[in-house]
Design a protein around this ligand. Structure first.
Ligand SMILES: [Zn+2]
Length: 107
């Protein structure tokens, strides 16, 4: 099968925004403790947002940010991590590989 490739686009998220997510996540988790006694449902929502913030913050920092790209399989716009060698498309679930400034199909 022929290899298809798409160009990797601009930097959309850097390590700085990762630190911002991380701090917001931690603040949400701490403030949710106060809500548990009063509004448990609200507290759970804040915890979910907080965990999401911490996870995406750590991911962005450890991978040096994210870039916009186009999936070489389905042509959907996707977000890839800067240092990731491969990426699994969230639309078609196929794995592409990053070669320099391009995403290439593997199969
Ligand atoms: Zn795809």
């Amino acid at each position: 099968m022929e290899v298809r490739r798409t160009e990797v686009g601009e930097h959309i998220k850097g390590g700085g925004i990762g630190a911002f997510y991380l701090i917001c996540g931690i603040v949400s988790l701490i403030s949710s403790i106060a809500f548990f006694a009063l509004l448990p449902v609200v507290a759970i929502i804040i915890v979910v947002i907080g965990i999401w913030g911490v996870c995406s913050g750590i991911t962005l920092i450890s991978h040096g940010g994210a870039r916009k790209a186009v999936c070489p399989y389905c042509q959907h716009e996707i977000t890839i991590l800067e240092k990731a060698k491969t990426h699994k498309c969230e639309h078609c679930k196929k794995v592409s590989t990053r070669i320099d400034n391009y995403l290439e199909t593997i199969e």
